[in-house]
Ligand binder design. Sequence first.
Ligand code: WQD
Length: 337
Amino acid sequence: MKIVVTGGLGFIGSHTVVELQNKGFEVIALDNLSNSSIEVLDGIERITGKKPVFENIDLREKTAVQNFFKKYSDISGVIHFAASKAVGESVENPLLYYENNINTLVYLLQELQQKPEAQFIFSSSCTVYGQAEKMPITENASVQPAVSPYGNTKQIGEEIIHDVAKVTNINAILLRYFNPIGAHPSAEIGELPLGIPQNLVPFITQTAIGLREQLSVYGNDYPTADGTAIRDYIHVVDLAKAHVVALQRLINKKNLEKVETFNLGTGTGSSVLEVIASFEKVSGQKLNYKIVGRREGDITEAYANTDKANNILGWKAESSLDESLASAWKWEQKIRS
Ligand code: WQD
């Protein structure tokens, strides 16, 4: 039984390929290399000893998707990471996001619905909650009107999957990530942001290594203890392991609903200043940063209630913020050496 990982050479995708291989799954990594590099395949092989089958396919090409599924008729599961994910870019270029994040999902589901049975895992995001009223955030917290086309594509994606699963043999699990950070402890794979990083942690490590002049902290006038915004930073390997457990649940089918949703976070919120302090501790380096105004569209606080993932998936994040940041720093030093 083959498992397809779309975006399999990307940040979370590549870490998930490693964990799938560690559990004995045969993996096909599918990627169009628009936000990843082919060298990631070698990194995966150096970790697991197995190079996954790789297909350079652009999921926006419907015939390419159809031909792929003709070529591999024994696919039963898809973990779908491939998508554009930069909030700011999605505001500037919404159609790029609707094409890349929605059309591709439709083409994949059109192929999977023809199978006698299929497992589908969708990479969703806590962004669907917007600024939730209550912390920690549970899966039945209301989904707020999206503040960006990126967030909207995650909400629409979830709705499409619900509609399709109702009338097909597809069983799906929606995984709502909080803030994925860090890198594989081997430092053979990690985050490779193209250009200026939008996210906090790669910007911190690039500042510390001297690639960036100074980190701008977006606002210290939030209604939080130290005035900076709070997020739930989860190690990417913990996140990857959750995908394997979710796939196993879909395969075992025990008490399975057609579509299940899980928050993937640590359950602990950390402010930007707390992340900086943790990074300075684990790296032994003073970070050069300044406080500036808030970033458009940012929310004050988001951290997960992880009871559902703990109790139903039997999964819990294991790495601390310090450990996650130490792995991010080790990776940054490795790729710049
Ligand atoms: C975290 C905190 C910033 C950069 C987004 C998406 C989410 C997911 C992860 C894709 C915020 C502050 C950041 C900087 C800063 N994306 N910050 N200076 O915005 O919580 O989530 O990325 O899956 O869906 O919404 O993550 O890392 O950009 O920001 O002060 O240079 O760090 O204001 O408070 P975010 P982030």
